[in-house]
Design a protein around this ligand. Structure first.
Ligand SMILES: [Zn+2]
Length: 246
């Protein structure tokens, strides 16, 4: 634990409340990114203004990849393009899954969150596990305030992932917490191909969110340096994910 905390940027605000601590544990590999990456100094952006202030200070690069306009931090894009070139030599491709596969803004994360929360609430009202009034109360809260409420329902067995089988955090990020806000993440179409994952890793791109299979994060170091940043390897479904060793 100490090693990971020591590797965080000096100005990073280590969360003290339980939602923030959970986000740090699940999505936190990003915050020790190196290789020219500038991670956010907070686990949760509270609104669009905070996201814009952070994003506007970054060195960015945009590129048309696979028919989509993709914008990333410059260091992440450079290494992605190197990975794409290496893949090409092996007759492989590395392409984004869609237009929102890289940069997102705050409202994008709010929409994605609602796309899981609203059907989930309707489902649990429908099967009698949740009172309509309680669902209405949760819906009336700000996206930021909904997060602890949804985690609380999940702790009693009402899950909000797309198939309702696991936590929402393995399906969509709570508003203001997505790694895509940092412009250091990319959802890759060819994620199922082991050789593609190997090439991405060689160029500093790793999987850091357990069971979010298309999702890669630019950490900017070689794989053998990740444990030195306080990260641990978690094996799941035949893949390796790098998470904070907390
Ligand atoms: Zn993603």
């Amino acid at each position: 634990m100490k090693k990971y905390i020591a590797k965080l940027p000096n100005e990073f605000k280590v969360p003290t409340e339980s939602v923030g601590q959970r986000i740090l544990k699940e999505y936190g590999a990003l915050f020790v990114a190196r290789g020219g990456a500038i991670p956010p100094n907070t686990v949760i952006f509270k609104n669009e203004a905070e996201v814009s202030a952070y994003q506007s200070g970054l060195a960015k690069e945009d590129e048309n990849l696979g028919g989509f306009n993709i914008e990333l931090q410059a260091a992440a894009m450079k290494n992605l393009k190197d990975a794409i070139a290496e893949a090409k030599q092996a007759n492989l491709t590395i392409t984004p899954r869609g237009a929102d596969s890289a940069k997102r803004d705050y409202s994008g994360t709010v929409e994605l969150w609602a796309s899981r929360v609203n059907p989930g609430l309707a489902h649990y009202v429908g099967n009698g596990k949740l009172a309509q009034a309680e669902a209405n109360r949760i819906k009336s809260l700000s996206p930021f305030e909904q997060v602890p409420e949804i985690f609380k329902l999940e702790s009693s067995g009402m899950f909000f992932s797309k198939d309702l089988s696991k936590s929402i955090i393995y399906s969509v990020a709570p508003p203001g917490t997505s790694q895509h806000l940092s412009m250091l993440a990319l959802d890759v179409s060819e994620h199922d191909t082991g050789r593609v994952r190997g090439i991405l890793a060689k160029h500093g791109w790793f999987q850091t969110v357990v069971s979010d299979l298309p999702h890669f994060t630019f950490l900017g170091v070689a794989e053998n340096q990740l444990s030195g940043l306080g990260l641990k390897k978690v094996s799941d479904g035949g893949r390796s994910f790098w998470l904070p060793n907390l």
